[in-house]
Design a protein around this ligand. Structure first.
Ligand SMILES: [Zn+2]
Length: 328
């Protein structure tokens, strides 16, 4: 398995303002976990008339740091959202209450199915008792809102953006680029003045995106990767988690190749006969942190759903996480 050239060399100074370019500043929230890497990177766009991309979590000291980044003659007039996961949007309401900013995004979160308690996979038996105890302790000590990147169904933008829509202010212009896949409402934002793209969770420097069906969709994700390949004007990406990505088109191609390899691995795993996602994951994700295997199970599920749709895989009964799958 060839992994994309991840760059995990990133040590944020929480609460500090990173001056990244003439139009871009960043404040990283102290909410590190296996999904957010070192935490949520919040971007401030423009000078004077400032937009915030994805405010991040609700902790007051974090929102203080965002507001503290501003000069005395500056104002946050807009909050721009890439997608509705709580590590990106939980702090929107509080920041809007503080600033009166207008909010922009594709729309509310897509379908969130009722949880089926029987359609769950556990990998607990792969952890040693010591590992399990350490994880349980870390989990118990973590504030609820930091536990995962859960859907935020409360966010509704004041201004709904479609693909190609512009957000314009004094001194900068941002173009919305619809990139469904990680979520159905995911937008990247091109800051045309500096030839950079804010990629949210669509393309990240430290890891691949989690694709959780049904709102996460692997077919859409692959098409959204190909869409970025066609945007040669984007010279640098600023993802929400982790460092900047240079030569981004080469990097995006490696993500496409990576997913096609994963699909090939799943096909290999099913060649001997019918199997389950729980049985497939430990084999093909052996090199990945075991704490992420439940997310990996969702990713394998998204591959199988895509293959089910085009007639290459079938499940016993309705497609589900816990079904037995076979090649068609
Ligand atoms: Zn996300």
């Amino acid at each position: 398995m060839t992994a994309p050239a991840f760059n995990r060399n990133f040590k944020p100074e929480y609460g500090q303002v990173d001056e990244l370019s003439p139009l871009i500043r960043r404040v990283v929230a102290k909410n590190p976990n296996p999904f957010t890497f070192t935490g949520t990177g919040v971007y401030l766009i423009g000078r004077g008339d400032v937009a915030v991309i994805d405010p991040g979590p609700t902790m007051d000291e974090h929102l203080d740091a965002i507001e503290g980044a501003l000069g005395s003659d500056e104002q946050i007039t807009r909050v721009i959202v890439t997608h509705t996961h709580s590590d990106h949007t939980a702090g929107v309401a509080k920041l809007v209450a503080r600033t009166g900013a207008r909010t922009y995004g594709f729309g509310p979160h897509g379908e969130v199915p009722k949880e089926d308690p029987l359609d769950k996979i556990s990998f607990d038996e792969y952890f040693t008792p010591e590992e399990k105890a350490k994880i349980d302790k870390e989990w118990a000590e973590m504030p609820d809102e930091l536990k995962r990147e859960g859907p935020d169904t409360s966010f509704v933008p004041d201004v709904a953006l479609a693909d190609g829509d512009l957000v314009e202010a004094d001194g900068w212009t941002v173009e919305a680029v619809h990139t469904p896949g990680h979520t159905s409402n995911h937008l990247c934002y091109a800051l045309t003045d500096e030839a950079v793209l804010f990629t949210g969770d669509h393309v990240m420097g430290w890891a691949t995106s989690v694709i959780s069906p049904p709102d996460g969709d692997l077919f859409d994700y692959m098409n959204s990767l190909r869409k970025l390949l066609g945007r040669s004007q984007d010279a640098r990406y600023w993802p929400t988690h982790g460092p900047a990505i240079d030569s981004p088109q080469t990097y995006v191609q490696s993500f496409i190749d990576h997913r096609l390899e994963r699909e090939a691995q799943i096909i290999e795993a099913l060649k001997p006969g019918p199997s389950t996602i729980k049985a497939i994951v430990p084999g093909i994700y052996a090199e990945v942190d075991k704490r992420l295997w439940r997310a990996a199970a969702n990713s394998v599920y998204s591959h199988l759903l895509a293959m089910h749709r085009d007639g290459r895989a079938r499940s016993d009964g309705e497609p589900s996480l816990t079904a037995t799958w076979s090649l068609a």
